[in-house]
Design a protein around this ligand. Structure first.
Ligand code: MRU
Length: 335
């Protein structure tokens, strides 16, 4: 069985795979079931496709980079059961099923496209482990490039979970916070609850609190008054897909925060690895937005529910984008 990859800062991360780059088969993908956090720390293992696709759909593993890593490693775990003669066809079929799990995070398709090139199981596992290791390195680099934004005593607002749980390790939006914290800087993170599935209060607050970072969680509708009260100096979020012009898809509610930040003259930064950039899309209007089960919102029987998982923040509202390559400021031009 493939061992758990690593815990963020001693214990913390989610993702699954191998603890080093030595290839080990037979293997299983092992992940934390994020739907159970913070109440229970439960692991799940996968080497068959249907339960894995279902787990991604129900957000047992979620966050754009983590979905890509889990799909790649999960594909390898499933593909080890293929007959060598049918390997290539079988991998394409498995990858097609995984690609149908969630539509918005481009990291999923980016990772699967790399895996589809493998000719045998050794190559596939090597590629999948490489994707995971690369993601961890990219997140560390995002942390290094972004940490200078974090000044002593600041209030930083984040939305959803773009931390270790959402990546191979460290996170994207949370990586600069971990890096600044490691240098002894003190600040307060305001973690939006993030309706309807509470990734902010359940996951971000959990991860940051365990890492010893001062964190306050609040309902989404409290962000405006916290800004008005002068508590927020910086907004820092992750992304699921960034279009060529710098428009940013992220968890529903992010656009509203960007508008609020502009009104209050607060910098609004996005942190994401370059695997989140989709240079094939000219602008954010082309990003497919996942619509989720109305039952997640909760309404009286018969009432129609609007439940998109993401929104798009226009590039004009984005102060800067932090990738593993550094900080970029407008005008953006990816591609
Ligand atoms: O629906 P989710 O929980 O997968 O949404 C996740 C987000 O919107 C994150 O902010 C984004 O994927 C960046 S994670 C580093």
């Amino acid at each position: 069985m493939l061992e758990t990859v690593r815990w963020m800062t001693a214990e913390g991360n989610i993702l699954a795979g191998c603890e080093d780059s030595h290839q080990r088969l037979p293997g299983k993908l092992r992940i934390i079931d994020q739907t159970k956090l913070p109440r229970e720390l439960v692991y799940l293992e996968f080497d068959t496709i249907d339960p894995l696709v279902a787990a991604i759909r129900r957000l047992a593993v979620r966050g754009a980079p983590a979905i890509g890593c889990a799909a790649a490693l999960g594909l390898a775990a499933c593909a080890q059961h293929l007959e060598p003669a049918n390997f290539s066809t079988g991998v394409q079929q498995l990858a097609d099923q995984l690609a149908a799990s969630r539509p918005t995070a481009v990291n999923l398709f980016w990772a699967l496209d790399r895996c589809r090139q493998a000719h045998n199981i050794d190559e596939l596992l090597h590629t999948a482990l490489g994707i995971l290791e690369e993601d961890i390195r990219r997140c560390q680099a995002i942390g290094a490039h972004g940490k200078s934004l974090m000044e002593e005593g600041m209030g930083i607002l984040t939305h959803c979970n773009a931390g270790a749980l959402a990546t191979g390790d460290y996170g994207t939006a949370l990586a600069p916070l971990y890096a600044a914290h490691a240098e002894g800087r003190k600040f307060t993170v305001y973690s939006d609850e993030t309706r309807p599935l509470l990734q902010g209060s359940r996951l971000t607050a959990w991860e940051l609190h365990r890492a010893g970072i001062d964190v306050v969680t609040m309902c989404d509708n409290m962000a405006a008054s916290q800004m008005q009260a002068g508590k927020i100096d910086l907004v820092l979020v992750g992304s699921d897909r960034i279009a060529a012009n710098g428009d940013v898809a992220n968890k529903i509610g992010t656009y509203g925060l960007a508008v609020l930040a502009r009104h209050h003259d607060i910098p609004f930064y996005v942190a994401a690895p370059t695997s989140t950039i989709d240079a094939t899309l000219a602008d954010g209007s082309l990003i497919p937005i996942e619509q989720r089960d109305p039952a997640e919102v909760g309404a009286a029987e018969g009432v129609r529910v609007y439940n998109p998982a993401f929104d798009v923040t226009p590039h004009e509202l984005v102060t800067g984008i932090i990738t593993e390559k550094g900080k970029q400021h407008p005008p953006y031009g990816f591609g």
